[in-house]
Design a protein around this ligand. Structure first.
Ligand code: NAD
Length: 286
């Protein structure tokens, strides 16, 4: 069997083109476009590259964006005060603070300072709680992207066994909850799982989100499974790789996402979707 590749780049482009049309309609209706505010602290090259990608995507879909670049020496109080200003700013719909932050700043305090209604990352405790309670919330971008890939590839989730490998707050746990909401039977595996292969072999849908390059070999994939690889790591060859050994997994999976060009582009695209969602909710609340 040779797997069908779910191309995250192509899918992202198609979704962003749909958003372009939606934003033009929203502007015609409400007199302004959604606006995303992105704060970056310091000069970490990886963070700068992620932020550039987000601003570029905002421009592509035709939304407004504000990039706020702060020196690494900015104080926690200054950052919190800036967030409070953005919370109160009627022209800002989404606020994203690029992580990680310098050590002298408490990331939890910063996340908690963002108004839940403008929390496009879906990291605020109110949004996390609402996700787990099944209430209206902002869903974190990467998990939302994973679900969108399954949906657009026409992969039925209800009644399937889904195995998520990795239990972080930003990927593994929320993906598991979204799969559960979509009526999958979910196994959440992690670094202390005893026999990972025995778990993954049960997966009709396998989501790998560990950062352990090539952890999932082809013989760990159930024939006919849909394999979604969230992991990104730089290998000894200097190239980007996922958690899944792509070549061998392709022999058994029915669907697979590549790295790069899989879940990565979807994450940024879902950030755009979340900003639009915040905008619409705010407009309806007015
Ligand atoms: P994390 O380090 O917070 O969590 C990793 C999880 O994987 C942990 O729960 C750990 O128990 C589990 N794990 C680690 N090694 C394991 C092993 N050998 N066997 C089983 N489980 C193991 O990481 P994270 O923030 O959730 O990110 C995971 C990966 O996804 C990273 O490679 C990260 O770069 C990538 N990521 C990609 C995107 C994207 O947009 N594509 C977004 C976020 C994270």
């Amino acid at each position: 069997m040779s797997a069908t590749i779910i191309d995250g780049k192509d899918l992202s482009l198609a979704l962003k083109d749909e958003m372009k049309v939606q934003i033009a309609q929203l502007e015609a209706k409400y007199g302004r476009k959604p606006c995303l505010s992105v704060i970056i602290v310091g000069e970490d090259p990886a963070s700068q590259s992620y932020v550039r990608g987000k601003i570029k995507a905002a421009a592509y879909v035709g939304m407004d964006s504000r990039l706020i670049e702060l020196p690494a020496s900015v104080s926690q109080d200054e950052l919190l005060s800036l967030i409070r200003d953005l919370n109160a700013d009627g022209g800002v719909d989404g606020i994203l603070v690029q992580l990680p932050l310098p050590k002298h700043i408490d990331s939890n305090l910063v996340i908690e300072a963002i108004a839940p209604a403008k929390d496009v990352d879906g990291f605020h405790p109110v949004n996390v709680a609402n996700l787990w309670l099944g209430l209206d919330c902002m869903v974190p971008c990467t998990p939302k992207g994973v679900m969108k890939m399954l949906e657009r590839a026409g992969i039925e989730v209800a009644g399937k066994t889904a195995v998520v490998v990795g239990r972080s707050n930003i990927v593994g746990k929320p993906v598991a909850k979204l799969l559960l909401d979509a009526n999958a039977t979910v196994i959440l595996a992690h670094s202390r799982t005893k026999d990972l292969k025995a778990m993954t072999l049960q997966a009709d849908i396998l989501v790998a989100a560990t950062g352990a390059i090539g952890l999932i070999k082809g013989d760990m994939v159930k024939p006919g499974a849909a394999v979604i690889d969230v992991g990104i790591g730089r290998g000894a060859d200097g190239k980007l790789h996922g958690d899944v050994d792509f070549e061998s997994a392709c022999e058994r999976a029915a669907y697979i996402t590549p790295v790069p060009g899989g879940v990565g582009p979807m994450t940024i695209t879902m950030l755009m979707a979340n900003t639009i969602e915040c905008f619409i909710k705010r407009m309806h609340a007015c």
